[in-house]
Design a protein around this ligand. Structure first.
Ligand SMILES: Cc1cc2nc3c(=O)[nH]c(=O)nc-3n(C[C@H](O)[C@H](O)[C@H](O)COP(=O)(O)O)c2cc1C
Length: 404
């Protein structure tokens, strides 16, 4: 997100003081009649004293003086700069031109002689979810993440100096307490659940094709089709789905998988097949996908989970349904991690990813379908038992013995 803070200092001048120095719009020939319109994807709010405008479709934003609201409000439909001069005769045309130029720079205004960006073109698909869900989703794309472990460590330390880390559990000590019997912990299912961990080290070598097929099939494969006349046919998978609409698609990034050439594949959830989209894959590319998290790029394979938002948007025409899509990605990812654990593999998940790069490599527009989550899997390294890495203390203060 680009918040050009230099704008903060200049906003007062932006509208009144630059009159003498800025008289032309960049690259706009005088003779040509260019029209302007407010971008339909703007959100404005105050951050302390600063008034901020953001275009969540382009990811650009700037602070501005309140007069910007008047100008943006004026450009509700396609209108000329001259029309603005007539509307605000108290300001000099040159200062208003400068204002328009700034608003264009931060994509708060659109101009009639320029193509819209692909994200802006596709955005009408989100009309029922905007601005609330669109603002949340699109302003969170392509954020920089820190992948330097030393710096992450220092940052965490600073945080704990500032304020102690929150305890991840809650108690009601004054409430009546009912003792529960211990959870039944026998069986394979419990073993798998309790041994799932996030792996950041992998043994070299390929994972078996049968394991990969099991992972994809049990997590994303359609188990059954259920006919519900007159609506149509609903897919059933091992994870639940809001309205059984199943917005999440899976794309395999294969690097070290037996009998699968490195590349990017779409998983056909109905026919249990891989569809080759792009040949070749390097560790560097994998590292780029997860924003330089080298500990993950050594995995044998990634699975990009995208959301075909339009599936859920078809039924749920309100922004709250964005939560449904996120929850579904979580269900699927946990299933993936558990299946991988059951197979003796080393799974992980991350949301620190290069959204636009991934969308581009998948050939999707990022709006009607966009990446949401990255899971990955590799071979387990010998001699690493995650249980031994568990903390021997209960954060609520009680000492706890290590099991296993
Ligand atoms: C949504 C989500 C995003 C995560 N992103 C990252 C990440 O970017 N990098 C990373 O190393 N681990 C990431 N993790 C893994 C967590 O750090 C890990 O789950 C946590 O430390 C608890 O450890 P466990 O999974 O072994 O129980 C993520 C986990 C979740 C659920």
């Amino acid at each position: 997100m680009v918040h050009d803070q230099s704008q903060v200092k200049r906003t007062g001048d932006l509208w009144f003081g630059l009159a003498a120095s800025v008289t032309e719009l960049d690259g706009m020939p005088k003779a040509k009649r260019v029209l302007f319109r407010r971008s339909p994807f703007l959100v404005s709010y105050w951050n302390d004293e600063e008034l901020i405008f953001e275009n969540y479709a382009t990811g650009k934003g700037a602070t501005a003086a309140p007069i910007a609201t008047e100008v943006l409000n004026f450009f509700s439909g396609w209108l000329s700069a001259a029309a603005l001069f007539r509307h605000l005769p108290q300001y000099s045309p040159s200062s208003l031109r400068a204002a328009i130029k700034q608003l264009l720079r931060y994509s708060l205004l659109q101009r009639s002689d320029r193509e819209l960006l692909p994200l802006e073109r596709a955005m009408p698909a989100w009309k029922d979810w905007n601005p609330a869900a669109g603002f949340l989703h699109f302003t969170g794309r392509d954020l920089p993440f820190e992948a330097d472990l030393m710096r992450i460590g220092r940052y965490m330390e600073e945080l704990t100096h500032e304020k102690a880390m929150p305890v991840p559990v809650k108690h009601y000590p004054r409430a009546a307490q009912t003792m529960l019997p211990p959870p039944r912990e026998q069986g394979e299912f419990t073993r798998v659940l309790t041994s799932r961990r996030t792996w950041r080290r992998f043994a070299p070598g390929k994972i078996a094709l049968a394991d990969l097929a099991t992972l994809l099939g049990l997590t994303w494969g359609v188990r059954e089709w259920v006919a519900v006349p007159p609506l149509g046919t609903f897919a059933v998978k091992t994870s639940p789905s809001g309205g059984a609409l199943h917005p999440i698609e899976a794309y395999l990034v294969a690097r070290d998988v037996e009998r699968i050439a490195p590349g990017i594949y779409h998983y056909d959830a109905t026919r249990h097949r891989l569809e080759l989209l792009r040949r070749g894959m390097t560790r560097d590319r994998m590292s780029d996908y997860v924003i330089g998290q080298r500990w993950f790029s050594e995995a044998a394979a990634f699975v990009f989970m995208t959301a075909v938002f339009t599936r859920t948007q078809w039924k749920y025409r309100y922004p709250r349904a964005y939560r449904v899509v996120l929850a579904e990605a979580g269900h699927l990812c946990q299933t993936f991690c558990l299946v991988a654990t059951c197979l003796g593999l080393a799974p992980f998940c991350t949301m620190a990813m290069a959204d636009s790069t991934i969308d581009r490599d998948l050939g999707i527009d990022g709006v009607t379908e966009g990446v949401l989550y990255v899971a990955g899997v590799g071979k387990r390294p010998e001699g690493v038992d995650w249980k031994t890495a568990s903390l021997p203390i209960d954060p609520t203060g009680k000492k706890r013995r290590l099991r296993g």
